[in-house]
Design a protein around this ligand. Structure first.
Ligand code: INI
Length: 191
């Protein structure tokens, strides 16, 4: 049997998309900085003009899942990172925003088979959010680590599935290969 584990090396061929909410950008820009720092120190070129990381800014956390899902569906990325800050003190619809964002981000990953990292702080106060975005620690770094780990892990898991089940299915299937590919990817998208 095999143990699959993500790695934090050989990152030069990985591609990431980072989606960031402008709402509470005092917090989200700090999350972004730490996330970029983490990726960079693990060998990823985070330059927006480079080939490894693309960026999108959205109005608020509520819009993160839609853009994340679209990025994931493009097939261009090994992982998508969502960064946001939902702060309870500022809104009565905190519960709606935070639950929709978490469900939406989880769905984007499940529906596409691409890791979508939940980098959204949900706190009672701005002070708590800032403490997690640079004052005490910065969770942006952890989100970068999770993205690298999941990206490298999924390459292994998908590679193994391709080599075993999917290739075996091709060998024994009467369907033309392109039809099998289509049904295979449709199957992955239905959840
Ligand atoms: N968006 C956030 O990212 N954080 C918040 O704390 C927040 N509050 O407080 O309302 C917030 N609201 C905006 C929301 O995400 C959408 O952008 C907006 O409702 C438009 O769809």
């Amino acid at each position: 049997m095999t143990i699959f584990e993500g790695t934090f090396s050989q990152t030069d061929s990985l591609r990431f998309a980072i989606v960031v909410g402008r709402f509470n950008d005092l917090v989200t820009t700090r999350l972004l900085e730490a996330c970029q720092d983490c990726l960079k120190r693990h060998g990823v070129n985070v330059d927006p003009h480079g080939t490894q990381v693309d960026y999108a800014w959205v109005p608020g956390a509520f819009e993160l899942p839609l853009v994340a899902r679209q990025f994931a569906l493009s097939g261009r990325y090994d992982a998508v990172i969502c960064l946001g800050a939902v702060i309870k003190g500022q809104t009565p619809h905190f519960d709606h925003v935070s639950s929709e964002v978490s469900k939406g981000i989880a769905a984007a990953g499940f529906q596409t088979g691409v890791p979508v990292i939940f980098g959204v702080l949900t706190t009672d106060t701005m002070q708590q959010a800032l403490e997690r975005a640079g004052i005490k620690s910065n969770l942006g770094w952890e989100y970068g680590m999770s993205a690298i780990e999941m990206a490298t892990l999924m390459r292994q898991v998908k590679g193994s599935a391709d080599n075993q089940g999917f290739n075996a299915a091709i060998a024994s299937s009467p369907l033309p290969h392109h039809k099998l590919s289509a049904s295979h990817s449709e199957e992955q998208n239905v959840h």
